[in-house]
Ligand binder design. Structure first.
Ligand code: ADP
Ligand code: MG
Length: 348
């Protein structure tokens, strides 16, 4: 593990009160179009060399968060700072240069690699956007990153269809590595892969993290995946962080009923589960302007107070935050995952 940055240096990533609203298609000519609060007041910071996991079910705003961190779109509110620079205040040229520090790996290793390009062109693509290097130097750098992700130099003249899903995700990781970024945002990088291959790709990411002092933001709907790579985990529900802490805290001392429900869905997690009510999830648009805790409609512990007053993210332990009025009651329940009990053993 790398050392923490000295206090004088800004954090690698600092996200402040980040929000994103999307307009929904107009259903009715006589009504204003609806809106989705895809992200709502998210704040966090990440130091160099550390990795952050973001978990939550589909629609909780994880990919929106990733796009905003990558400055692929402008937020409706709040800021994203990378090494102290507010990405949304940079000129196009400054942003282009800032992009070498943060790269992305997507979920679908089939859809995200251009099938008509050879591997070396695919992997070199982020370099050309930065306007660097001649062909020979470029191929040399591609060969180097291919080796780093466990592929071979001759692979660079092949096409994506010649590789398996796991190998394609290695190609995507090589492409992300080529600018020597400080941060890689990986949005569900192993969700499309077989479980055995998932372990290999996660092992690779962990090795890269240790070897280069890289930081990852690892997005997954699967808590077991983030457990394994991350120093810190944020649980998202309807565009908000509802719990945040180190993996040990989240698993052994989950303080939000939603986190416990997620853990209960993971194989081998048991006891102390607080199952959600079987009610359809409230979509973001419905939650707009709604009073009270967004999780209250699904929460078995919710009372009148929860339905009236939205909880804020508060400290319930050292570096452990939860947005729940009932956190203390939840903590008094048996641990959702017992000490020493692995969720799912990814490492072989
Ligand atoms: P996740 O990645 O956690 O599944 P997303 O960030 O993709 O969640 O989506 C969060 C919410 O925002 C969802 O309700 C989704 O339908 C909505 N959303 C995402 N992108 C758009 C968009 N471009 N236009 C309208 N709604 C969007
Ligand atoms: Mg997503």
């Amino acid at each position: 593990m790398t050392e923490q940055s000295p206090p004088s240096e800004p954090p690698l990533l600092e996200v402040n009160d980040l929000g994103q609203r999307y307009k929904l298609p107009r259903e009715n000519l006589f009504r204003p179009p609806g809106q989705v609060n895809a992200l709502n007041g998210v704040s966090l910071s990440l130091n160099a060399g550390k990795s952050l996991g973001i978990v939550g079910e589909s629609g909780s705003g994880k990919s929106t968060f990733a796009r905003l961190v990558m400055a692929l779109e402008r937020p409706s509110s709040g800021s994203v700072r990378l090494l102290g620079r507010d990405l949304n205040r940079l000129s196009a040229e400054e942003l282009r240069r800032a992009r070498r520090d943060v790269q992305m790996v997507f979920q679908d290793p089939y859809g995200s690699l251009d099938p008509r390009q050879t591997v070396w062109r695919i992997v070199a693509e982020p370099l050309s956007a930065l306007g660097w290097l001649d062909r020979a130097e470029t191929r040399e750098r591609v060969a180097a990153v291919l080796r780093e992700v466990g592929l071979r130099e001759p692979d660079m003249d092949k096409y994506p269809h010649e590789f398996s899903g796991g190998q394609r995700q290695r190609i995507a990781i090589a492409r992300a590595l080529i600018t020597r970024p400080k941060l890689i945002v990986a949005d569900e990088p192993v969700s499309a892969l077989d479980v055995s291959v998932q372990a290999q790709v996660l092992n690779l990411m962990q090795d890269l993290q240790e070897h280069f002092g890289l930081s990852f933001i690892l997005i997954s709907h699967d808590l077991a995946v983030v457990d394994y790579l991350c120093d810190e985990v944020a649980v998202m529900y309807l565009g908000q962080i509802v719990e945040q802490g180190c993996p040990e805290d989240l698993f052994a001392r989950a303080a939000h009923p939603y986190t416990r429900a997620l853990l209960d869905a993971v194989p081998r997690a048991r006891a102390g589960a607080i199952r959600p009510r079987r009610e359809a999830p409230v979509v973001g648009s419905q939650a707009l302007g709604r009073a009270g805790c967004p999780y209250a409609p699904r929460c078995v512990l919710a009372d009148g107070h929860c339905r009236e007053h939205a909880p804020t993210l508060r400290e319930i332990g050292a570096r452990h935050l939860a947005a729940c009025h009932k956190a203390e009651a939840v903590l008094a329940q048996p641990a959702p995952v017992e000490a020493g009990e692995a969720l799912v053993s990814h490492r072989h």
